[in-house]
Write a protein that binds this ligand. Structure first.
Ligand code: ADP
Length: 821
């Protein structure tokens, strides 16, 4: 441990008794006049001039000046000063400083100018006198001598701190710094550094009261460290602020320079201020007042925030939307019904009923104008039957702009109605986006795939759609982003869907449904000849004589290259043909090809198709090639129109299980189970061994395995296939059927008869079994289908079997009741 030696004051020894409890103190008592200082500390080694008013301290110094010039200083808070003025003895602090009075000069105003030099710490004992000034018994305290590398390290650190301080503060005389560096005792160093501005009254008092020199220096070190940290932080804050200011000043100067340069170049047109420009634009806008005032309000905000503020981009985007939306009057011409009819006929083949209803709709619009809220048209049908293109024709007929937006997969209300501006990257919803893109507030607006709108946790888009489509509400449609209402009442909305069922009820109620079924092969041929081929030819820059496609070739395209209810893929195949021919024509006309004289003529015939488009994709006539056991032909109604479906049943030895494969939906699985139950129930009549079901596993498969299938309308087909498999009677290959079946064998109605019969017709089926309840739909079927297909309405399973099974078993009696269980 550090060896400590004690130093004694040589001139102050009085020879009184030693004080046992204070090993560091030599009992060297004095009785000194007391000077009380408020809110200030004079440390040993410190010399300070003061002006002293009349009072006890004044008199104490007056007396000391007559004696040996020494006083005892104590340091108190301002509030405590008062007590020392009275004659009441005060509680004295434990430690004070003995100081020498270097000067005591009385001034004319009654005060005295004094110079005090701190000498040593003093331990205070008692007051021996209170008036006219205090005299106090005290004894000098000297620092113990300490050495060692730890002390040295601490001293070095503190000196370093002083240097840092000086660096930060500047303006400290070099001599003062050097003086500090020369100090070699820790207590002394601690006392000296308290002079600095880092220390306040409390810090100084704390240092004064700490007698152990190392401890004292440590305290000084802590104060310095804390203050240095503060200084650094302050400097950093100042630096950061300065950088920001510098940056904006820099921008300002650059902008000013740019302005000057542009003025010199003559590009300055005084409307340079973007804020003024915006205001002008808004005032000139053709829009209701509430729109303008909202926009001007935003401009004001922009002006306040400054063009370069982070917020500015958001506000400008918003203003961009507002100023570019068509708020003004509608612009379109009067409707002429005969003109509209001409346009519809020009664009579309057939569709007589549909066109008629469209014309009626237009007529009502014309007569009632905006007085009557006309309903929204909704075209329902498989893809490619012309729903969207009818919308386009209506726009043409009305002389209005045309927009379409697909709602397929929209699950979020915000997609229709926009996001609030508080979101980053917020935008208006699709409706307003569409309106902006055509710059018209009265376009024909086709909303595709309204049957594919879903709902999830982000809100129900249907309710937003209802607001869009409801004539009562859409005059003040509110988009979350715009915040101000937009008038959609002049827009002609047309919805399209593939299926009716999935459209939410409330939405369906707002619309006038027009169903468009698929086309027959003949109709497709006509459409191709009259519309698709001319359209594609023109599109590919081919003259009529440059490309001819024979009817046979078109038929081949229809039958072997497409399988669809509409004509979308047919059009694609024709486009593909046109592309190939266009290439040939183009390369033939290049000079190096030699024969550039005549425009080439290409005729595409049935046999050429494969050369152009590769081998066929579908085999035409899906009907089975021979009558088979356990295989029956059904028809399904898919979103792509109708399709033919063969159901296979295979019984194998087993314990009586039913296995279903081919991606069947729940409804279809149940329907298979019901069919099984019906067959069991009728097993006796059908001549099936009662033990058959316990001894066999039945496997039902519906190809193609990867395509999901569902619905109850395969009921009679399933039952027929089961019975055929169990009885061994083959099913007629040229018969297709559709119908739901009950457990007792009654046949119930189905939907989509047109698409189903078209599919059967396409597949080369001759006889078509349908539920009796659907007889009323037969009139809707294309004439060609009615002519080519033998349509057999049935009401019971027995009737089905009579037609479908190639070798008819003894006709089972349908009127028999179920055996009691
Ligand atoms: P959808 O909207 O029903 O899916 P589209 O309107 O996109 O179908 O039609 C696909 C293509 O078929 C379009 O080029 C359209 O002009 C054409 N088309 C469909 N039906 C007819 C028709 N009856 N007459 C002429 N072209 C048609």
């Amino acid at each position: 441990m550090e060896k400590q030696r004690y130093r004694f004051d040589d001139h102050a020894s009085t020879g009184s008794e030693p004080e046992a409890e204070l090993p560091d103190v030599k009992r060297n008592e004095r009785r000194l006049p007391l000077v009380v200082l408020g809110e200030m500390v004079i440390m040993p080694h410190m010399t300070i001039p003061l002006q002293v008013p009349q009072g006890k301290s004044y008199r104490a110094m007056e007396r000391a000046w007559e004696e040996d010039h020494e006083v005892l200083l104590i340091f108190v808070r301002e509030a405590e000063l008062e007590g020392y003025k009275s004659s009441q003895p005060q509680q004295l602090p434990p430690i004070g400083v003995i100081a020498r009075l270097e000067e005591f000069a009385k001034l004319p105003d009654g005060t005295a100018r004094v110079i005090l030099e701190g000498l040593h710490r003093a331990r205070i004992h008692t007051a021996t006198q209170v008036t006219p000034f205090y005299r106090v018994r005290c004894s000098t305290v000297f620092d113990s001598d300490v050495e060692g590398i730890e002390v040295q390290a601490l001293m070095d650190t503190v000196k370093q701190q002083v240097d840092e301080f000086v660096d930060h503060l500047g303006e400290v005389p070099q001599e003062a710094v050097q003086f500090v560096h020369r100090i070699d005792r820790p207590g002394h160093l601690a006392d000296i550094v308290t002079w600095g501005p880092a220390f306040d009254f409390n810090d100084r008092l704390e240092v004064l009261n700490t007698l152990d020199p190392i401890e004292r220096l440590r305290k000084a070190y802590i104060v310095l460290a804390r203050q240095l940290e503060l200084l650094k932080l302050r400097a950093k804050i100042q630096q950061d602020t300065k950088e920001v200011l510098d940056q904006s000043q820099r921008e300002y100067f650059l902008r000013e320079q740019m302005r000057v340069i542009r003025r010199e170049l003559g590009e300055d047109d005084d409307s340079d201020d973007p804020i003024d420009e915006l205001r002008r634009k808004i005032n000139e806008m053709e829009a209701p007042d509430y729109v303008k005032s909202q926009a001007l309000h935003e401009v004001k905000r922009l002006a306040q925030q400054g063009m370069n503020s982070p917020e500015a981009g958001v506000i400008r985007t918003y203003l961009d939307w507002i100023t570019n939306l068509p708020w003004g009057e509608e612009q379109y011409s009067e409707i002429s019904i005969s003109e509209a009819q001409k346009v519809l006929d020009e664009d579309h083949y057939g569709l007589e009923k549909v066109k008629e209803r469209i014309l009626e709709y237009l007529a009502v619009r014309k007569l009632a104008g905006n007085k009557m809220r006309s309903p929204i048209l909704c075209f329902v049908g498989p893809p490619g039957v012309g729903k969207t293109s009818l919308g386009r024709s209506i726009a043409r007929a009305l002389g209005r702009q045309f927009i379409r937006t697909s709602l397929g997969g929209v699950r979020d209300e915000a997609e229709i109605r926009g996001h609030r501006r508080t979101y980053i990257g917020a935008m208006p919803g699709r409706i307003i986006q569409g309106i902006k893109s055509v710059k018209s507030n009265s376009p024909v607006y086709v909303l595709d795939e309204v049957d594919k709108v879903g709902a999830d946790f982000r809100g129900d888009p249907t309710s937003a759609l209802l607001e869009v489509l409801d004539p009562e509400q859409n005059g003040t449609f509110s988009d979350h982003y715009l915040e101000i209402p937009f008038d959609l009442s002049k827009v002609v909305f047309i919805a399209t869907a593939n299926q009716l069922e999935p459209i939410p009820g409330p939405l369906r109620d707002r619309m006038e449904i027009i169903e468009i079924g698929g086309y027959t092969e003949d109709e497709k041929l006509e459409i191709a000849r009259g519309f698709l081929i001319p359209k594609q030819r023109e599109f590919h820059g081919l003259a009529t004589e440059q490309l001819q496609i024979s009817d046979g070739a078109v038929m081949k395209l229809i039958r072997e290259y497409t399988r669809e209810a509409g004509v979308r893929n047919l059009e694609r195949e024709i486009a593909s043909l046109c592309r190939k021919v266009a290439r040939k024509v183009a390369s033939a006309s290049e000079p190096e090809a030699g024969t550039a004289e005549e425009p080439q003529t290409y005729t595409v015939d049935t046999d050429d198709i494969a050369t152009y488009l590769g081998p066929e994709r579908f085999t035409f006539g899906l009907a089975e090639e021979r009558d088979e056991v356990g295989v029956a032909t059904g028809v399904a109604w898919t979103t792509a129109g109708g399709d033919i479906l063969s159901i296979e049943v295979l019984p194998v030895r087993g314990k009586g299980g039913l296995q279903l494969t081919g991606q069947l939906g729940d409804v279809m699985k149940e329907s298979a189970q019901a069919a099984m139950s019906y067959v069991r129930y009728r097993s006796k009549d059908l001549g099936i061994d009662p033990n058959y079901f316990e001894e066999h596993n039945i496997h039902v498969h519906i190809p193609e395995g990867a395509v999901p299938k569902d619905g109850p309308s395969a009921g009679i087909t399933l039952t027929t296939a089961l019975i055929s498999a169990m009885t061994g009677q083959p099913v007629r290959r040229d018969v297709a059927m559709t119908g739901e079946v009950t457990l007792r064998g009654k046949v119930l109605a189905i939907g989509g008869l047109k698409e189903k019969t078209l599919a059967a017709h396409r597949a080369g089926i001759r006889t078509f079994i349908l539920p009796k309840e659907n007889t009323k739909d037969i009139v809707e079927l294309p004439e060609k289908v009615r002519k080519d297909l033998t349509l057999i309405p049935v009401s019971s399973m027995d009737e089905v079997l009579k037609v479908a099974l190639a070798v008819t078993a003894t006709p089972p009696d349908a009127s028999r009741t179920a055996p009691s269980a």
